[in-house]
Ligand binder design. Sequence first.
Ligand code: HEC
Length: 111
Amino acid sequence: MIGGRTFGAGAAVLVFLLTSGAAMAADGVAARGEVLAKRWCASCHVVAADQTRASSDAPSFFALTGEAARTPEALAAYLAQPETVHGKMPDLHLSRVEIADIVAYVETLKP
Ligand code: HEC
């Protein structure tokens, strides 16, 4: 039983760490969103300040946070079905959790 209790305490700490990390970012986890963006979006979009190359017709993620910024809700809606907005951006079939994480990450790029 001692082992079981130790595991329970470890899980509680883990949950605390995960939820406290997400506290700034509504319901998504920005750190996970950053990993996803670098893996799935960086071939076309500039997704981080240290990225120097991307495709020319995809807007930088920093542009998503500027004056014409989409609200987090609008960004999430766009990512759920980009093909309804225009054809150039592929539908990556992101899950709701992945979308929330990416939106949380984009929010961290705001100045
Ligand atoms: C194969 C290239 C490609 C990939 C991969 C890609 N995008 Fe795009 N994306 C584009 C292009 C091109 C546009 C611009 C389309 C246009 O303006 O007609 C775009 C537009 C967007 C826009 C809309 C910007 C605006 O406000 O008009 C968002 C948001 C976006 N992408 C997010 C993402 C995210 C998040 C990912 C990764 C999960 C991603 N994209 C992956 C090519 C890509």
